[in-house]
Design a binder for this molecule. Structure first.
Ligand code: EPU
Length: 337
């Protein structure tokens, strides 16, 4: 095993924040992982996958384990459905492309989301009307300290909006090693109603879209709105879209007639955090080496050498400003470490 000391984690987090790991190892098979866990005992262990949903605010004074497990295989199929198991270290978008190549449907709306397959269940990734939980069968995980192996089925995962048991009561306990998905082989259930997807299909004069067409449209939309982390460090949406009670939505609408909202239940409404942030004057603003993206106000970007602390301070300022203007406290979606 190749342990390295005092290495920069800049290449391992999509924000591109430069913090130092006291010790680092990249693991390629589960046996290696088991050995590390049994040797490490109860000492802290820091797990990193695609590094796409974390903000590192300080050096990491323990062993960092980079999950680099690879492999995708079909574990079950009949005429209509297929179950595909992917190792945690596969890149999410590459996995989507692998499925598209075989005409396996269900995750085409989730194209181009940064990060690894193993991280996907943790925050129940979602975009354009589809969430991971819609296609999730189970994931295999190993306890970070005891080495216990456990399979989590869909029903045990407490999936919610950008939420799961791995961000809730089981937070920090498990290392996801693989995820199994159920995808369609025929009669794909296409989701084209969200946002601009249908509009784009109409513009392209596509009447009967394939899953590949949907993925192309999603890739197109994402590429215009969301910065490529390889070019401009970022972590996707930094905040969750807040959910408010009807009376709160109604009172905000009196003063802000153009405020967008989406009904979740007759009593609860989701307000786009991006709109609240834009109205608070942050969109496109730069503060030192970090700032708010000029095409999507929900995304905080690192122009080069911002520290995690600077990014966190900007996020806190945004929270405070939005709260004083609208009386809504935004919740950070990214894990702050
Ligand atoms: N809006 C603004 N200003 C902006 C951007 C958006 O006012 O700068 C308003 C517009 O009214 C727009 C609405 O916000 O109609 C919604 O915007 P958008 O469709 O871009 O989606 P979002 O709610 O901002 C969510 C997810 C994204 C996901 C998109 C598409 C969260 C926290 N974010 O963003 O997820 O790609 O929907 O489904 O739920 C991510 O999690 O990293 C992520 C990018």
């Amino acid at each position: 095993m190749n342990f390295e000391n005092n290495i920069s984690l800049k290449p391992f987090n999509t924000f591109g924040v430069d913090v130092i790991a006291e010790q680092f190892v990249s693991i390629h098979d589960e046996e290696m992982l088991e050995k590390i866990i049994s040797k490490n005992g109860t000492q802290p262990l820091f797990i990193i996958g695609g590094g796409s949903n974390m903000l590192l605010t300080k050096d990491v004074n323990c062993l960092v384990v980079h999950i680099n497990l690879k492999g995708i295989s079909v574990v079950f199929e009949d005429n209509d459905f297929v179950q595909v198991k992917s190792a945690a270290g596969e890149n999410w978008h590459d996995f989507v492309l692998w499925c598209l190549d075989r005409n396996y449907g269900g995750i085409e709306n989730l194209a181009l989301i940064p990060g690894s397959v193993g991280a996907a269940p943790i925050q129940n990734i979602g975009a354009y009307g589809v969430e991971l939980k819609d296609v999730f069968v189970s994931c295999d995980a190993i306890n970070k300290y005891s080495g216990e192996k456990k399979r989590f089925d869909r029903n045990n995962c407490d999936f919610g909006y950008r939420q799961s048991i791995f961000k809730g009561i089981e937070k920090g306990k498990w290392i996801i090693t693989s995820v199994t998905f159920e995808l369609s082989k025929t009669n794909h259930r296409l989701k084209t109603t969200y946002g601009a997807i249908q509009e784009h299909l109409d513009d392209m004069n596509i009447k009967e879209p394939s899953i590949r067409d949907i993925a192309q449209v999603v890739i197109g939309i994402r590429s215009t709105k969301l910065p490529d982390p390889k070019v401009l460090g970022n972590s996707g949406s930094f905040f969750k879209n807040p959910v408010v009670e009807k009376f709160k939505k109604d009172s905000l609408c009196i003063e802000n007639a153009d405020m967008p909202f989406f009904e979740l239940t007759p009593e609860t409404y989701k307000i786009p955090a991006a709109w609240l942030i834009e109205q608070s004057g942050f969109k496109g603003k730069r503060y030192g080496d970090c700032g708010v993206h000029n095409k999507q106000a929900l995304v905080i970007v690192n122009y080069g050498n911002a520290t995690g602390k600077e990014i966190f301070e900007l996020a806190s300022t945004i929270q405070n400003e939005v709260e004083s203007k609208f009386g809504i406290r935004l919740e950070m979606e990214v894990n702050i470490l």
